[in-house]
Design a protein around this ligand. Structure first.
Ligand code: PFF
Length: 448
C-alpha cells in the first residue's frame, strides 16, 4: 500500500553538497556533446536565444517546482506525486506523471551510458595522442572504436567490458547512498571538472581561432529557425537541467528544511547554462583552426576533436584532460539517473540500496549490450526522449504543480512574496501552454 511508505530519512550532508550533486547531474554530455552541435545545427545565436528563454521561463520554474514537490512529499517522483495528490484529495492517477518521468530517466541512462563508454575508450586512446590524424582516419577510428568497424567483435567485446566497468562504478557510488555516495562523488569530481574545463578553454582560446568560434556560437542564423528550433531548444533545456524526469523531485526529497529552493535553483541553472556556453569555447576555436566542419553532428566530439588535438602543439597533453573532464561530467549525471530507479525500488519494494543498484545495473547492462550492437536504437532513444518524453514529463509535472496543488501547499517550500507570485504565474499560465504548443507543432515539424 502506498500509504505505508514513509518520508525519506536520509539528507544531503550540506547545502554545498546538494548543489554539487545537482550541478553534477545537470552538467554532463548535454553540455558538451549535445549543446554545441544542437546549437550549430539550429541557428547558432538564434538557438542560444531561445535556449536561454526556455531555461529562464520554463526550466527554472520547473526545477523549483520539482524540488518543492520532492521536499514537501519527502519521497521519490512516483510516490511523491501520488502522495501530494492524495493530500489535496484529488485524482489517484497522478502517479502516471511520475512514471513518465522515471521511465524517461531510465531510457536516457540506457543511451547515456553507451556514449560514456565511448568517452572512456577515447580517454584511453588520448594518452597515446592523436598525432597525424586526418578527418578520414579519425572517422575510421571512431567507427572502429565504437564497435562498428572492421573488427566488429573485437571492439564490441572491448566496449562491453568498458560498459561493465562504468556500470560497476555507478553501482558502487549509488549503492553507498545519497550522502556517502552521490554527494561525495560530486563534491570531489565537480570542482576538479571546473578546473579542467578552465584549462582546456584557456588552451583552446590561446591556440585556436577564437574569433570564428565567437561568431559561430553567437551569430544568429535566422534562416535555420523553425518550430523544430523551439522543440530542440526546449528538449535541450530539459535534458541539460535534468528536469521533466522526476529526478529533481527525488533530490528534493533529501533536502533539509532550511535550504532555500529558489536561490539554489537559480545557482544550479546559472552554472549549467554557463558551462554549456563555455563548452563551445573548449571545442570550436581549435576545431576551426584545424579547418574542420563545426556542425557535423555528434561526430564533432569524437571525430573532429581528435583531429584538432592531433594537429596542435600541446594537444597531446590537453586531449586526456578534455576527455577526462567530459567523463567526470557524464559520470556524475549517470549516477543521478540511476538514483531515480534505485530510490523508488528502495522506497516501494523494500529492497536495500545496494541490491536495487545491482538490479538496475544488471538490467542496464543487458540493454546496453543491445545498443552496442545496434546504433539505431541509440538514435531512436535520443530522439524519443528529447523530442517527446522529456517535454511530456515536464508538461505533466508543471500542470500538476500549478493547477492541481494549491498555493498554500508549496508556500512552506518556496515562501511567499514576489518570487512565489512570479513562480506561480509562470507555472500556471506560461509553462504548460508553452510546452504544449512547442510539443505539438515541433514534433509534427520534426517527423515530417
Ligand atoms: N543533464 C544531463 C546532461 O546534460 O548531460 C543529462 C541528464 C541527467 C538528463 C539526469 C536527465 C537526468 F535526469
Amino acid at each position: 500500500m502506498a500509504g505505508e511508505i514513509g518520508r525519506k530519512t536520509e539528507h544531503w550532508g550540506s547545502r554545498f553538497g546538494f548543489i554539487m550533486a545537482s550541478v553534477g547531474s545537470a552538467v554532463g554530455l548535454g553540455n558538451f556533446w549535445r549543446f554545441p552541435y544542437t546549437a550549430g545545427e539550429n541557428g547558432g545565436g538564434a538557438f542560444i536565444l531561445f535556449y536561454i528563454i526556455c531555461v529562464l521561463l520554463i526550466g527554472l520554474p520547473l526545477l523549483m517546482a520539482e524540488y518543492a514537490m520532492g521536499r514537501k512529499s519527502g519521497m521519490s517522483a512516483i510516490e511523491g506525486i501520488q502522495s501530494l495528490a492524495r493530500a489535496e484529495s484529488r485524482s489517484q492517477n497522478w502517479g502516471v506523471a511520475g512514471w513518465v518521468g522515471s521511465l524517461t530517466s531510465f531510457f536516457i541512462l540506457s543511451f547515456y551510458m553507451v556514449i560514456s563508454t565511448w568517452l572512456m575508450a577515447f580517454l584511453i586512446q588520448s594518452f597515446g595522442g592523436f598525432e597525424g590524424m586526418d578527418a578520414a582516419s579519425s572517422g575510421q577510428n571512431f567507427v572502429d572504436t565504437i564497435g562498428q568497424g572492421e573488427h566488429p567483435m573485437r571492439s564490441k567485446w572491448y566496449m562491453l567490458g568498458l560498459l561493465a566497468v562504468f556500470l560497476v562504478a555507478n553501482i558502487i557510488i549509488v549503492g553507498r547512498g545519497v550522502k556517502g555516495g552521490i554527494e561525495k562523488a560530486a563534491t570531489l569530481l565537480m570542482p576538479a571538472f571546473f578546473i579542467m574545463l578552465l584549462v582546456v578553454v584557456g588552451f583552446s582560446i590561446a591556440n585556436g581561432d577564437t574569433g570564428k568560434a565567437v561568431s559561430f556560437i553567437f551569430e544568429p542564423k535566422w534562416e535555420d529557425v523553425g518550430f523544430k528550433t523551439f522543440l530542440a531548444a526546449l528538449g535541450q533545456a530539459f535534458f541539460s537541467l535534468s528536469i521533466g524526469v522526476g529526478l529533481m523531485i527525488t533530490y528534493g526529497a533529501y533536502l533539509e528544511p532550511d535550504t532555500n529552493i529558489p536561490r539554489s535553483s537559480g545557482l544550479i541553472v546559472a552554472s549549467d547554462t554557463l558551462v554549456a556556453l563555455i563548452a563551445g569555447f573548449a571545442i570550436f576555436p581549435i576545431v576551426f583552426s584545424a579547418g574542420l566542419d563545426p556542425s557535423s553532428g555528434p561526430s564533432l566530439f569524437f571525430i573532429s576533436m581528435p583531429v584538432a588535438f592531433g594537429s596542435i602543439p600541446g594537444g597531446a597533453i590537453i586531449a586526456p584532460v578534455f576527455f577526462g573532464l567530459a567523463l567526470f561530467a557524464a559520470f556524475t549525471s549517470s549516477i543521478s539517473l540511476m538514483e531515480v530507479a534505485v530510490s523508488w525500488l528502495e522506497e516501494r519494494q523494500g529492497v536495500t540500496r545496494l541490491g536495487a543498484s545491482i538490479g538496475v545495473g544488471y538490467v542496464l547492462f543487458m540493454i546496453g549490450a543491445a545498443y552496442v550492437f545496434s546504433l539505431e536504437y541509440l538514435d531512436f532513444m535520443d530522439f524519443m526522449t528529447e523530442g517527446l518524453l522529456l517535454p511530456l514529463g515536464g508538461l505533466l509535472a508543471s500542470y500538476f504543480a500549478g493547477w492541481v496543488l494549491s498555493r498554500e501547499m508549496l508556500t512552506s517550500e518556496l515562501g511567499e512574496g514576489t518570487i512565489m507570485n512570479a513562480w506561480r504565474f509562470l507555472i500556471r499560465w506560461f509553462v504548460p501552454p508553452f510546452i504544449f504548443l512547442i510539443l505539438v507543432f515541433g514534433f509534427m515539424d520534426k517527423i515530417q
